[in-house]
Design a protein around this ligand. Sequence first.
Ligand SMILES: [Zn+2]
Length: 123
Amino acid sequence: MPVMTANPSKDLEHDLRTLALFINLYCRYKHADAPRGPVQMKTHDVDAIARKPVVLCEECTKLLVHAFTKRTHCPMHPKPACKHCPSHCYHPTYRAKIRQVMKFSGKKMLLGGRLDYLFHLLF
Ligand SMILES: [Zn+2]
């Protein structure tokens, strides 16, 4: 079982890593034919956070930047699961997209035994 930590910066790092890995996996399967490249953010070292190279299409890059920005500025401590949060901070378009990503990649990771990532971010 995943360990719940009381340290907000650890939680943040964990959530950002989960987001990056989920979106990366989704894009690799769903947008294999789209032009994809490394993700550059001024505010975050995405590859370092994911602990692997994150390569995304343009659409998924925008989603990742939106998700990283929202998560980093989340005012909730401790942060509730997004689906239980009273403040839906995502733009509706991105919210629909991230739910798709979570569903797709969550299923893949479940099959791969990566249950630890399913925690916290189920939208
Ligand atoms: Zn993509």
